[in-house]
Design a protein around this ligand. Structure first.
Ligand SMILES: [Zn+2]
Length: 472
């Protein structure tokens, strides 16, 4: 293997590299595996290392990260000595600082293990620790702390990542279109939050701590990751595959085994059971699509049933909502700041989070009046504000006539009259017209036009209301 240095656009003469593998190269892990394989084989053939049933799991490794597992301290020390000896003969160094010992299910605490100096590389004692990061995943040997530390660290990383993205306008108002923010979020924040968590047994509390960071419930995302990993194991000819077969045939329903957990999740989504997947594994792409469809379908159903029971979402056409697809309010708003700003108000009204006098009265337990401060003619709720309030008629009429000009040629006068005689239909037209059948025959341009007019209507009503309140 030869390398060269690029400096200020110029390339140095190349030189041969006689040791090590190239950082980040696709071929590096395989080269390293070939190199270190004799050590792994030797440990296995000498029966050193942990076994689950008759499946040898004593030396899992990833790239140049090696883990030695044993249930007996003396055996573990022998394994360390083998590894140190192998390194010596092959002329490479094992980092003593980075090599740590972790002990599970011991009656002794970490300090006592350290005092005993039980484990050594050469003459140097290895430190025993309670938690350590292995291939990017925090591990903690204290049962209670185990997942709490991991989740705490993950939340920290996810927050740091999201703060770093704030500069590019990730925050709501005056920033990026939420469609773009969503994409940034799921590309940069969520993967860091969830990396490797599919193999950790998280508690309900852990999951609820993570939940604030995602659009889909975190459970759904974790389930997808677990099922996809299980698919990979099913397709591979590996120790994990042997282990899956063993655990699934020997462990009961209540076992904490990862494979039993995967089996339960498969059943939850009406997918074939784990043994079936192992027998007839599907291709990577097909399996991924199948998992996505089943998990998304299950959660859509669940979320939509929940949404239907919420009166504040009555103007949102739930049937038109899809997981991973942004609402047309955002889609049509593009990247212009003023449009996004207007869309923010419209979406607040659609989700009934735009605060009117009715809300103030409700939140104060009736201490404050709910009467419209503008016209004083009735309760100021969303219906009153959008289609009734006489103080806002002049503004409203401008936009309604614009809507008339766009919509009537497409839907006819009869349908328009039908909308005009019903307040709730008019609100639907303003906030989410996808609930009308004619919506689906409109062309994209017309939809965008309707969105643009109604967005401006909502914003102008808000502006007028604020101005009137200020002048009072
Ligand atoms: Zn009013």
């Amino acid at each position: 293997m030869s390398s060269a240095v690029r400096w200020e656009g110029k390339l140095s003469t190349s030189f041969a590299e006689l040791q090590g593998v190239r950082q980040g190269s696709v071929w590096s892990p395989s080269v390293y595996k070939l190199f270190v394989n004799p050590l792994i084989k030797k440990l296995e053939s000498d029966s050193l290392g942990f076994k689950i049933g008759n499946v040898f799991v004593g030396t899992p490794m990833c790239a140049d990260d090696l883990l030695l597992i044993s249930s007996k301290p003396d055996e573990l020390q022998t394994m360390i000595s083998y590894t140190a000896h192998f390194a010596e003969t092959e002329e490479y160094n094992i980092s003593k600082e980075k090599t740590k010992v972790m002990i599970w299910n011991s009656s002794l605490n970490c300090n006592l293990w350290n005092q005993m100096e039980k484990f050594h590389i050469g003459s140097e004692a290895l430190e025993t620790v309670e938690n350590y990061k292995h291939i990017g995943i925090d591990r903690d040997s204290r049962e209670v702390e185990a997942t709490r530390t991991i989740i705490g660290n993950r939340l920290k990383t996810a927050r740091q990542t999201s703060y770093a993205l704030m500069g590019s306008g990730l925050h709501g108002l005056n920033g990026l279109n939420p469609e773009v923010s969503c994409k940034l979020w799921s590309t940069y924040v969520v993967p860091r939050l969830l990396f490797g968590l599919e193999i950790v047994n998280l508690s309900a509390k852990d999951i609820s701590r993570l939940d604030i960071f995602c659009q889909l419930p975190i459970t759904a995302l974790l389930h997808k990751k677990i099922l996809i990993t299980f698919g990979t194991i099913a397709r591979s000819d590996s120790v994990e595959n042997d282990l899956a077969k063993r655990q699934l045939s020997t462990k009961g329903k209540n076992s904490k085994s990862w494979f039993i957990r995967a089996d339960k999740i498969l059943k939850q989504y009406n997918l074939p059971c784990a043994s079936e997947v192992l027998l007839k594994p599907e291709t990577k792409y097909k399996w991924k699509m199948k998992v996505k469809k089943c998990v998304d379908g299950f959660w859509s159903e669940k979320l939509f049933t929940e949404a239907k029971s919420k009166p504040s979402l009555r103007y949102l056409n739930i049937k038109n909502c899809k997981i991973g697809v942004v609402n047309s309010i955002w889609k049509s708003a593009g990247s212009e700041q003023m449009c996004i700003r207007k869309a923010c108000y419209k979406i607040k009204m659609l989700l009934d989070t735009y605060i009117l006098q009715y809300h103030r009265s409700k939140f104060s337990n009736g201490q404050k009046t709910s009467i419209c401060p503008l016209c004083e003619e009735g309760t100021e709720n969303l219906e009153h504000f959008l289609v009734v309030c006489s103080a806002l008629t002049s503004i409203r009429d401008i936009f309604i006539s614009k809507l008339y000009a766009v919509v009537v040629p497409k839907i006819g006068t009869a349908s328009w009259t039908d909308i005009c005689v019903s307040n709730s239909k008019m609100i639907n037209l303003i906030l989410d017209c996808s609930s009308f059948e004619w919506y689906y025959v409109l062309e994209k341009n017309d939809i965008n036009l309707v969105e643009s007019i109604t967005r401006s209507l909502c914003y102008s009503l808000h502006e007028k209301r604020s101005a009137l309140l200020e002048s009072k």
